[in-house]
Design a binder for this molecule. Sequence first.
Ligand SMILES: [Zn+2]
Length: 211
Amino acid sequence: MIRIEPEAWAEMLAHATKTYPAECCGAMLGRRESGAKRITRARALENVFPGPRNTRYEVNPQELIETERLARRDGLDLIGIYHSHPDRDAYFSQEDLRNSCPWYSYVVLSIRAGQFDHAKSWLPDAEQTKAEPEELFYPAAAGVGRIGLVDFDVVDLTNLQRQVILGSSDAGRKKLDSAVETLREINPALRLDLFDTALSSENALEISKDI
Ligand SMILES: [Zn+2]
């Protein structure tokens, strides 16, 4: 079982979407805790594959050694490698198998039209003949992946204390606008549905049916 913490996950998503339509690759650092792997940090690596990089990636071995060194310095282990599949599912390809090491977890992120779609983790065998799926937890699956915001109001300094996603610098702005900004910063993968209206008995059913 592998669990990716929000900060590392945000890093991986930002990297994968920024690199689209090319494949990205990076290292996942963390700790092994009673059978579970916990990823607390992600480190972007350069895709050094010499050909077209939209279906292939290659890690620079020097950079990987350097990453191992940095991980050890901070008391962490190099737990695995992540890479993206632009406009493809998060399967483990023959090519991925050929470049695999049996002691790493391989997290594949499917990015469709520049947006995160889903992710899977794989454990390849030592013979590089097959990879078993590994139970994977990442913030979008464990928590909220989609939020509907219904509001028509502007931010008012008098009721800020009960609205944690808004700050005092937001006074006078539309609540939806500043809330979206804050939520995007916390989780770039979040899907937000916005309803610039007041929730009422007339529109509640209509709004919640879409969320
Ligand atoms: Zn791949």
